[in-house]
Design a protein around this ligand. Structure first.
Ligand code: NAD
Length: 364
């Protein structure tokens, strides 16, 4: 199986099969049920490392093309995240086209569950943007191929935050010669679920914390609880800081912010932080900033689901999240040895594992 570098992919002019071929997808399932109001796409990118696991996103896409592009990109990202994390999981993702505040119903999610079930375990779903535990309970009425159910592995955010913290400490070890974050100036952008747990770890370690959030109440709550300094949404890029931790949006590492960021480490939870992997991954390297690849250090959440799927105890999952420290060290060292950006070193490590497993699986 050929896994191309994400940066090589130019999809805009291609049809569905062309896009699948370009990005290396195994299967894409289009699902519709007029009466249930369901329009969904399930993308199975790669199952070499195991069944494809990735959440279902409900979003009011402006076109089917936009929904397809998103599900193809997200499912491919899950292949890399699960592979580099050493999980017995491949990569997949699903999108439901619709307004999550107005168009949800039991029938919609149960019909979606039937489509998930039709893949016979090749795809395992979970929550993502716009989906609640209740929605997953309905999906579970039609299929067992669901994780993140209420009363099971629970909120993945604490594990995600712990992994991000480990990745940040490993980056500090290489950049500053010590993994202590005591006294380091750290700017956390977005203090929602993951951001707040991350701030908790940083406060315990004695970091000097700066935070931003679009919600004033969230910002005030985190600032007063952990003694963090609240800063403006745009101001956060100009702070004289050691670490920038994006925990809200993707694509915040771009031409405009790179001209302003004075940090020496970027390590956060948000997915797809580099606006353009190829261009901004290299630009970050040239500036001497260590970028801890997002899909590597935010994998605690999927590890949490993994524990639920394979009945792995919590303490073992926390040990796996702790090991993000060692993997991050390995990636930064590989990037330095080979003179390549960290995102590329991480992509290559994931691709290498898939290649090795593809080889041994021919004997099954
Ligand atoms: P969340 O919605 O709970 O928190 C995001 C926070 O960012 C919110 O408080 C929101 O108000 C704030 N925000 C939005 N736009 C902002 C802006 N322009 N500037 C500053 N703050 C802004 O989400 P979360 O679960 O904490 O996830 C955070 C990020 O990490 C997301 O990108 C998510 O995809 C990624 N992630 C989360 C997990 C997980 O386990 N929850 C796992 C992997 C990746």
């Amino acid at each position: 199986m050929e896994v191309k570098n994400i940066s090589d992919v130019q999809n805009d002019e291609l049809g569905v099969l062309g896009q699948m071929t370009n990005m290396g997808h195994e299967q894409v399932l289009f699902c519709q049920d007029k009466q249930a109001g369901l329009k969904a796409i399930i993308a199975v990118h790669n199952t070499v490392c195991g069944p494809a696991l990735g959440g279902t996103r409900m979003w009011n896409y402006t076109s089917e093309a936009e929904a397809l592009k998103d599900v193809l990109r997200l499912s491919r990202g899950m292949t890399y995240k699960n592979a580099i994390s050493g999980l017995n999981l491949g990569g997949g993702k699903a999108v439901i086209i619709g307004d999550s505040r107005k168009q949800k119903s039991e029938a919609l999610f149960r019909r979606f569950g039937q489509f998930v079930d039709s893949l016979a375990g090749k795809y395992i779903t979970a929550e993502d943007v716009g989906i609640s535990p209740q929605d997953m309970t309905w999906v579970n009425m039609e299929t067992n191929h669901v994780s993140g159910l209420p009363g099971k592995s629970g909120d993945p955010s604490p594990v995600t935050a712990f992994g991000v913290y480990m990745g940040m400490k490993a980056s500090a070890k290489i950049q500053f010669g010590s993994d202590s974050l005591k006294g380091k100036k750290i700017a956390v952008q977005g203090v929602g679920h993951v951001g707040e747990y991350l701030v908790q770890h940083l406060q315990k370690e004695g970091a000097e914390i700066y935070i931003s959030d679009i919600h004033e109440d969230t910002l005030k709550h985190v600032a007063s609880t952990y003694g963090a300094t609240a800063v403006g949404l745009d101001e956060i890029y100009d702070i004289d800081m050691d670490v920038y931790a994006p925990c809200a949006l993707g694509a915040t590492i771009n031409d405009s912010t790179l001209a302003r960021l004075k940090c020496s480490i970027i390590a956060g939870a948000a997915n797809n932080q580099l606006e353009n992997e190829f261009k901004h991954g290299e630009a970050v390297r040239e500036k001497g900033i260590i970028y801890a690849p997002d899909f590597l250090i935010n994998a605690g959440g999927v590890m949490n689901c993994y524990g639920e799927v394979y009945n792995i105890p919590n303490d073992r999952i926390m040990t796996m999240a702790e090991d993000i420290y060692n993997t991050t060290l390995g990636i930064i060292n590989k990037s330095r040895d080979e003179g390549i950006p960290t995102y590329l070193a991480a992509n290559r490590m994931a691709e290498e594992r898939i290649k090795q497993l593809a080889h041994i699986k021919q004997y099954f």
